[in-house]
Design a protein around this ligand. Structure first.
Ligand SMILES: [Zn+2]
Ligand SMILES: [Zn+2]
Length: 460
């Protein structure tokens, strides 16, 4: 039994690992590489293995860095089953269609610049065909991946439908349990349940995104959100929140709903200004079976994502009309790192007004507008115009959907407690700095840890 690490090896994006058992090959995730365009472009166009050699795909969750290249495999001829949880399948219906649209637009843009036809990575019909191959299965119910490999999903507590996967692999009469963590969430995140450590493992492929960092507490984040809204509203300003469409947006809506109910923030209009975020919120509403019933609001409130002053602005004209609205308000708009999406016109309109607050709730990579705002650079360039940054800038890290160092350690400690023969742990899905620090701290506790380079093949 062997594993080849193809993507998210010594980096965060492009999650993809190949499991070789009994002469069969199973792909765990097939995500998009993101980052500098030229590098990721080439990686995205390289198949993890010849399509004819892949016998099945097991997907951990819907984020594009895990699911985004499934339609590319399908475009190249993949026609077998893609396993996921039911909620992940429904999120993929929205997200892969959105990704296909972006691929088509990107190819159009490049074709104009290069004055030659550029083939998109995939198109809408491939995203649709991918959905036909996806089979949604419940948590905690074993399914047959290929002969000799049985899979079981357990809740990863990261986003709606997210899972860690238990893979019971049998070859030549020997059965071993491999666990693939997927992305591990945090205890106490709103709406979704807490992560579950899989019971017992012989070997583990584990994410390590924040292996060297601790987050602010979930409760602390909520209190700061309320404070930022109160002070901005008192100045008569707007709170502009760029957010990722899946996960963080729904958590923010849920927090705003509960803060409004408690009277902890004033009743001001809230705009959700992102068609993708509106669609993914609808998918959340379709999957109450995944909600955390230990949360008061989940048990008592029927419409978690709807409250009187919340407006969904789907079309562009409605979105632009927000600019001329008067008085304090909250605007949640795509996209995460402020490089594209509707947040740009809200920033172009609102960044120079000192009454406003730009509230950053997610990681902002280098060389992005989001990073320049976090650094409070005095001048911003938006749509080619120079705009002075006079709005307040606030950063809340507690809305991260990823476990921090302590939470990752607790997750693997629980696996270990039930696994007398726990063998190697391969760290994936992390920048080298985070991985090396996490490897050191786990090794000190007696774990056997490796950080595989891309295309490394190991036996277990
Ligand atoms: Zn994720
Ligand atoms: Zn990820």
């Amino acid at each position: 039994m062997e594993i080849t690490f193809v993507g998210a090896a010594r980096e965060v994006t492009g999650s993809c690992h190949l499991l070789h058992v009994n002469g069969h090959t199973v792909a765990l995730d097939c995500g998009m590489f993101q980052g500098r365009r030229s590098e990721s472009e080439e990686k995205n166009r390289t198949l993890p293995a010849p399509v004819s050699e892949i016998d099945s795909i097991v997907l951990s969750h819907a984020h594009i860095d895990h699911s985004g290249r499934l339609p590319f495999l399908v475009a190249q001829g993949y026609s077998k089953t893609i396993w996921s949880t039911a909620a992940t399948r429904d999120l993929c219906a929205v997200m892969l269609a959105d990704s296909a649209h972006i691929q088509e637009k990107d190819a159009e843009f490049l074709a104009k610049r290069e004055k030659d036809f550029v083939e998109p990575l995939y198109g809408m019909r491939h995203a649709v065909r991918t959905m036909e191959l996806m089979v949604g299965v419940p948590y905690n119910k074993p399914f047959d991946v290929v002969p000799g490999v049985q899979g079981t999903y357990v809740d990863a507590g990261h986003i709606l439908g997210s899972a860690s996967v238990i893979l019971d692999c049998t070859e030549k009469g020997v059965t071993k349990r491999l666990v693939f963590s997927g992305d591990i969430g945090r205890s106490g995140l709103a709406i979704i349940r807490d992560p579950v450590s899989p019971p017992q493992a012989d070997a583990v492929i584990m994410e390590s995104t924040y292996g060297n960092r601790d987050h602010e507490s979930v409760d602390g984040a909520r209190a700061r959100l309320a404070e930022v809204i109160r002070t901005t509203a008192a100045r008569g300003g707007r709170v502009l929140i760029p957010a990722f469409a899946v996960g963080r947006t729904q958590e923010l809506l849920y927090s705003l709903n509960s803060l409004l109910r408690e009277g902890a923030i004033p009743s001001i209009p809230v705009y959700l200004d992102s068609p993708l975020a509106i669609d993914t919120t609808t998918v959340f509403e379709m999957h109450p079976e995944t909600f955390d019933q230990s949360e008061d609001m989940v048990r008592k409130v029927k419409e978690l994502f709807e409250f009187p002053l919340l407006r969904f602005t789907r079309d562009v004209e409605e979105s632009k009309a927000i600019n001329s609205a008067k008085g304090p308000m909250i605007v949640i708009a795509a996209s995460g790192m402020m490089e594209a999406g509707r947040i740009l016109h809200h920033l172009a309109n609102g960044a120079s007004d000192p009454r406003n607050t730009i509230l950053v709730v997610g990681f902002q990579a280098e060389h992005t507008l989001g990073r320049r705002i976090v650094e409070k650079q005095p001048m911003l360039k938006i749509f080619g115009d120079e705009i002075p940054l006079r709005a307040q800038v606030e950063v809340i890290n507690g809305y991260s959907a990823h476990a921090d160092r302590g939470e990752l350690t607790a997750w693997i400690d629980k696996v270990k407690a039930a696994s007398p023969k726990l063998g190697p742990i391969w760290l994936v899905h992390g920048e080298p700095e985070a991985q090396d620090a996490f490897k050191t701290s786990l090794s000190a506790k007696g774990y056997s840890v490796e950080c595989p380079e891309p295309h490394t093949r190991v036996a277990f």
